[in-house]
Design a protein around this ligand. Structure first.
Ligand SMILES: [Ca+2]
Ligand SMILES: [Ca+2]
Length: 163
């Protein structure tokens, strides 16, 4: 029942999206999802909170989850173009259980592109992941401040309705 209501909400939401363009103002569209690039240097969990609390979105977003090489190259290339650098927070972290990485949007973690020797959990306190150089990833202190990318997945509801 909850799922039916959610579905109706999404049909209405989708209608609004289609009527008003693909993605909210200032965000980029890629493969059906919307991405917002924020240049302000921000701590990891403050960046996630910023994505969660975006009031002008149809639904709250999260720090970006990256599912394959193509999406990684899109995020990296856009960051380079917008910020002149690729060192942005992505939503991956092992804050809860050391060594068990998860995406802040709750999606399945089945793709990664860590640099050689990473993640190394340096000084036992690196739990948050950023794009390091070009496309490779590094775990770093969550209190470091970096630009970041929010992603609003348009079709996340499909997983919630699956049997
Ligand atoms: Ca860690
Ligand atoms: Ca590291």
């Amino acid at each position: 029942m909850v799922c039916v209501k959610y579905f109706l909400f999404l049909v209405v939401s989708l209608f609004i999206v289609l009527a008003s363009g693909v993605c909210p103002k200032d965000s980029l569209s890629y493969n059906g999802d919307c991405y917002l690039f924020i240049s302000e240097n921000t701590k990891f969990f403050e960046a996630e909170a910023f994505c969660n609390n975006k009031s002008d979105e149809l639904s709250s977003s999260h720090l970006v989850s990256i599912k394959d090489r193509d999406e990684l190259e899109f995020v990296s290339a856009a960051s380079l173009q917008l910020f002149g650098a690729t060192k942005v927070w992505i939503g991956l972290n092992d804050e809860n259980i050391e060594g068990q990485f998860e995406w802040t949007d709750g999606s399945i973690f089945n793709y990664s592109h860590f640099a050689d020797g990473e993640p190394n959990n340096h000084s036992h306190r690196e739990h948050c992941v950023h794009i390091y150089a070009e496309t490779t990833w590094n775990d770093a202190s969550c209190n470091g401040k970096k630009p970041f990318v929010c992603k609003r997945a348009q079709w996340e509801w499909a997983h919630e309705c699956a049997p």
